[in-house]
Design a protein around this ligand. Structure first.
Ligand SMILES: [Fe+2]
Length: 401
């Protein structure tokens, strides 16, 4: 494999994991951000991972650190807890200071919300952001969002950081109505790693290591009814993980039914489950027989299955397939491409030129923007947004001039 097994699982106290700015984007696990550290490519690439999600639909979010000339570059911020910063400081002692912090996405809120506090933690670092940063519901200037204007530059518009070791490949911009979708992938030549934010991911059936710190979200979703206790086993963790993947991928998977409120209430508040950890037994989900089968398109059995995240494919790219294929084409021409490292799910994943080319061909030929099966909910959502005029029918229109 060529990757190191060096992993530091958090032993820190609650206070070292707290992050006071969590109400800006109130996602589970709120103010407590446990972090794990992993060395992905020996002496070249490392990452930190924290959980983030809604109602126990939590998936890991990743900050990646790469070795550059004279120090380190961070790609995709995470909330800088004391725990995370002290580990980063250890890396700095060995490999040099954090020179650069990059926010390579225009849209991914979960990546941008912690940029101001991470930037403050490294006052000497230069900041690079993807062009077209937007804030919802109103567009605010960068400085209003707490991003230091004086040391912030826009990727590609103002040049690129560490051009001697990194190649930058833009996906988009694509007009998505409320703002724009764009992310700039970074190819880190010394390690052969392609750093991507949300556009490409790889998922495997084993739950991420991060859940070893607290498997509650997995055990919560492994159940079939609200009156079942949360019981821990390898099988329960795997089952819960597959269901989380389905939720995160399709928002409302086709194999999921929402039972009537009366049924949910009858099974709630049972003895042993009257705690916030079990959401007081409130479990408004019911999975149809054979739900596992729909995971086959998402989850690789022995290794991660590389894919375009279904939410992104169906809501961001339905009318921009060609743009996506162009970007994949650039990727498949990268010399010495070896690994894919995304900001979510598995990393690093083997991804060489041939694999990238096969993936591009498959993407090009595949029927795109389906409304069937698991895509029914996302397809319906897209149709409604189109009808309301929230999303444009030609997402490249405003950028063509
Ligand atoms: Fe993301």
């Amino acid at each position: 494999m060529g990757t190191s097994k060096k992993t530091l699982v958090s032993q820190s106290s609650h206070s070292q994991q707290s992050w006071p700015w969590w109400p800006l984007l109130p996602l589970y696990p709120y103010g407590r951000k446990r972090t794990i550290f992993r060395e992905l490519i020996p002496n070249k690439v490392w990452c930190y991972e924290q959980l983030q999600g809604l109602y126990y639909v939590a998936v890991p979010v990743r900050l990646t650190v790469v070795k550059v000339e004279g120090g380190l570059m961070i790609v995709n911020p995470l909330p800088p807890t004391i725990e995370l910063l002290s580990s980063l400081n250890q890396l700095e002692k060995i490999h040099g200071p954090v020179l650069t912090i990059v926010l390579p996405t225009a849209s991914g809120l979960e990546h941008k919300v912690s940029l101001p506090s991470l930037a403050r933690a490294f006052p000497q670092a230069s900041i690079w952001v993807c062009p077209g940063q937007w804030s919802f519901p109103v567009g605010l200037p960068l400085s209003w969002l707490g991003i230091p204007g004086k040391r912030t530059k826009f990727l590609l518009e103002d040049g690129v950081p560490h051009g001697e070791t990194c190649q930058w490949l833009s996906l988009g911009p694509i007009d998505i109505g409320l703002g724009r979708f764009q992310e700039v992938a970074c190819f880190h030549q010394p390690s052969g790693s392609l750093l991507v934010t949300d556009a490409l991911i790889g998922i495997e059936s084993t739950p991420p290591l991060l859940f070893d710190l607290d498997p509650t979200p997995l055990l919560f979703h492994a159940r079939d009814r609200g009156d079942e206790p949360l019981e821990d086993s390898t099988e329960a963790r795997r089952k819960g993980w597959l269901r989380l993947v389905l939720f995160a991928s399709y928002l409302r998977p086709n194999q999921l039914e929402i039972p009537p409120l009366s049924e949910v209430i009858t099974k709630s508040f049972k003895p042993g489950l009257r705690s916030s950890r079990a959401h007081f037994g409130i479990f408004p989900f019911s999975w149809k027989e054979g739900w596992e089968n729909s995971c086959k398109e998402l989850v690789g059995d022995r290794k991660a299955l590389i894919q375009i995240a279904p939410v992104i494919e169906r809501l961001v790219f339905p009318r921009a397939q060609a743009t996506f294929v162009d970007w994949l084409d650039q990727i498949s021409n990268l010399p010495r491409l070896r690994w894919l490292i995304s900001a979510h799910f598995s990393a690093p994943i083997e991804f060489n030129k041939n694999q990238a080319r096969r993936f591009k061909d498959k993407t090009y030929k595949r029927s795109w923007a389906s409304n069937e099966g698991n895509f029914k909910f996302l397809g319906g959502l897209d149709k409604r947004l189109l009808m309301l005029g929230v999303v444009p029918d030609d997402p490249l229109r405003v950028f063509k001039d």
